[in-house]
Design a binder for this molecule. Structure first.
Ligand SMILES: [Zn+2]
Length: 263
């Protein structure tokens, strides 16, 4: 196995995976993670693999991606054997393996499509995290919880700081085949506006400057969802914090412009 040395990023994978496993959010080999980097690694044309999509915004960049079938609980112990380094060719239509794990997650085209969108809309977000938290998946089974606005307003109004950390709310993508390019392309559209995207009946995708930063946002959303389920278990369907209060809080912290209106 060709070695690579991105110690700081491997540590980000390891720590985040450990927490994903500890929280029970990435059962079995569920979920995957990637980080996008500028790099000088060379890719020979002989090693080109054709992509089913074009990713011009990340042409020439490299991506660290979890391998197929890798488990968060094992990445959390030793990240290196489970992470592969891939380079996008300069034409944005091919990629190649450079080092590390050589068997990428089946979500590779989806991760590349989402990184391509992030580079375009929010280039500071270099990390993508996908996982399966039960309290978030359960939300998708509530009648009417099938769009970004309903879920964001209902869940992020239950705790004073939740909407402050996620003013845009969560994005939402209707159920698609796991690992499909369609799921990746719809998520790429959603991350233009959202740091989080709830995949119906499947799990959550989070973006951040680091994996730890993406995990922060996931953690905030999941906490609010747990508050929701605790209230529902007690027989209460919460009205949540008044919208005027939420807007006052966002105004006080200069984040009101990020709150969606008129949807
Ligand atoms: Zn998944």
């Amino acid at each position: 196995m060709t070695k690579f040395s991105y110690a700081e990023h491997l540590a980000d994978f390891k720590t985040t995976a450990r927490w994903l496993a500890r929280r029970g959010w990435s059962e079995a080999a569920g979920g995957n993670m990637s980080i996008r980097l500028e790099a000088l690694a060379k890719l020979h044309e002989d090693d080109h693999i054709e992509l089913p999509i074009e990713v011009p915004y990340i042409a020439g960049q490299v991506i660290l991606l979890t391998g197929s079938g890798t488990r968060a609980r094992e990445i959390g112990v030793d990240a290196e054997p489970h992470i592969g380094l891939y380079k996008i060719a300069d034409d944005g239509r091919h990629y190649g393996w450079i080092a590390g794990n050589q068997n990428p997650s089946m979500e590779l085209p989806a991760h590349f499509a989402i990184h391509n969108a992030l580079e375009q809309y929010r280039p500071e977000d270099k990390a993508i995290l996908h996982t399966h938290p039960a309290s978030l998946i359960a939300l998708c089974h509530i009648p009417g919880f099938d769009n970004s606005k309903t879920i964001s307003d209902k869940i992020l109004s239950l705790q004073s700081e939740a909407r402050l950390i996620l003013p845009e709310g969560t994005g939402f993508v209707e159920h698609e085949l796991p690992g499909s390019l369609e799921l990746g392309l719809k998520s790429a559209e959603a991350v233009a506006k959202h740091h989080l995207v709830l995949w119906q009946y499947h799990g959550l995708l989070a973006t951040g400057e680091t994996l730890a930063g993406a995990f922060d946002k996931l953690e905030v959303f999941e906490k609010s969802a747990r508050v929701y389920w605790q209230l529902r278990a007690a027989g209460i369907d919460p009205a949540g914090i008044d919208e005027g209060e939420i807007k006052n809080t966002l105004t006080a912290f200069g984040r009101l412009a990020r709150y969606p209106t008129g949807i």
